[in-house]
Design a protein around this ligand. Structure first.
Ligand code: 5GP
Length: 114
């Protein structure tokens, strides 16, 4: 068995990080190294899916639940508009292989992807 992911360890309370919102199957935390004025992560409670591609194929309802939680936390922590980013694979910057979405909001520059 592989080691539990950093997000599983946060969910278990083994690594300190406030869970700012949760649904039955997903939870949200603040990113420890924010890249935007509001930078949250929404994460399935299960770590069985490593990427959004695996999640979409294996449990589309859970992917939908994740998007709904992203929408809710963006509304609560910013003006409701947000970017939703799934880094997929090491070449795209993914470092934690427990699927998660970055929710970026607040003061984002117009028309930029960066
Ligand atoms: P990835 O690079 O896999 O797309 O995103 C992983 C994210 O998890 C990074 O933005 C990183 O800052 C965040 N992260 C890594 N370790 C921790 C931690 O212990 N606590 C929190 N809150 N975020 C973390």
């Amino acid at each position: 068995m592989s080691e539990p992911s950093v997000f599983t360890r946060i969910l278990r309370g083994e690594i300190p990080s406030e869970v700012i919102a949760e649904t039955e199957n997903a939870f949200a935390i603040r990113d420890i190294a924010p890249q935007a004025p509001v930078h949250l992560l929404v994460i399935p409670k299960t770590e069985r899916y490593r990427t959004v591609v695996e999640l979409a194929a294996g449990d589309p309802d859970l992917l939908s639940e994740l998007v709904g939680l992203a929408n809710a936390v963006a509304a609560e922590h910013s003006d409701g508009d947000f970017r939703l980013i799934f880094n997929t694979g090491p070449g795209a910057g993914q470092t934690v292989f427990h699927v998660h979405a970055h929710v970026l909001a607040g003061g984002l520059s117009e028309g930029s992807l960066g």
